[in-house]
Design a protein around this ligand. Structure first.
Ligand SMILES: Nc1ncnc2c1ncn2[C@@H]1O[C@H](COP(=O)(O)OP(=O)(O)OP(=O)(O)O)[C@@H](O)[C@H]1O
Ligand SMILES: [Mg+2]
Length: 206
């Protein structure tokens, strides 16, 4: 079992979108996946409640319950994906210590970057493996985005796929779908497959 946590203290950067989409993409790669929502906002749970398919398995927990849940149920899954809340530093610290990989989900903006820098320092202090995933990026790979990718390499390893700002990511949510189900041949689907393969590779699962 591998634990993959999507984190960013800043709100609205795309943690839940990434967690749901990567969970479905990993399921489609043949892995058994649990998506654990520890955000009291319950966005991943809202998505699951709209979803017809019972895979991936989705459950909401409070952060304190996570260690026991992993002990009891972790071995039933190849991959446990954790969607974390913004703003709650205590919950984040508790969860990332259990993660095999923490992924800082961040937008290419100066303010998101400032928060990501802080998180990076925490991960380095605790010795937690982490990577940076850029989301809601401009949809054309402009020089400006290239510069942002270079900047984020100063933070740490950057996932070799960005999620652009695309309507598929929003339109799939009320249907309880991931973008690879909603529009399998779309660009968003391609990005999600690429990012998921990168993450599975980083976790040595493929
Ligand atoms: N790549 C994208 N393109 C377009 N819209 C996006 C993209 N990623 C996320 N969104 C939209 O942005 C909003 C915030 O995304 P999401 O809920 O995934 O962020 P979050 O980091 O989980 O937020 P919170 O901190 O509140 O938990 C949602 O409405 C989502 O549909
Ligand atoms: Mg969220």
């Amino acid at each position: 079992m591998n634990v993959l946590a999507f984190v960013q203290k800043k709100g609205g950067t795309g943690k839940t979108t990434t967690a749901t989409n990567v969970s479905v993409a990993a399921t489609m790669r043949g892995f058994s996946v649990a998506l654990i929502d520890i955000d009291p906002q319950g966005s991943a749970l809202t998505w699951k409640n709209a979803r017809a398919d019972t895979h991936p398995y989705v459950e909401a927990l409070i952060p304190e319950e996570l260690p026991h849940w992993l002990e009891e149920h972790g071995s039933e899954f190849d991959l446990v994906v954790i969607d974390t809340p913004a703003h709650d530093g205590d919950a984040l610290a508790r969860v990332v210590r259990l993660a095999d990989l923490a992924v800082i989900v961040t937008q290419p903006t100066m303010l998101a970057n400032a928060v990501a820098v802080h998180l990076r320092d925490v991960f380095i202090d605790f010795g937690i493996p982490f990577a940076v995933l850029l989301t809601q990026a401009p949809s054309t790979l402009t020089q400006r985005l290239e510069r942002w990718i270079q900047n984020h390499r100063l933070l740490g390893t950057v996932v070799d796929a960005q999620f652009a700002y695309r309507m598929d990511y929003q339109d799939a949510v009320p249907l309880g779908l991931a973008v690879i189900e909603y529009n399998p041949h779309g660009r968003a689907a391609h990005e999600v497959r690429q990012a998921t393969d990168w993450l599975l590779n980083r976790l040595e699962m493929v």
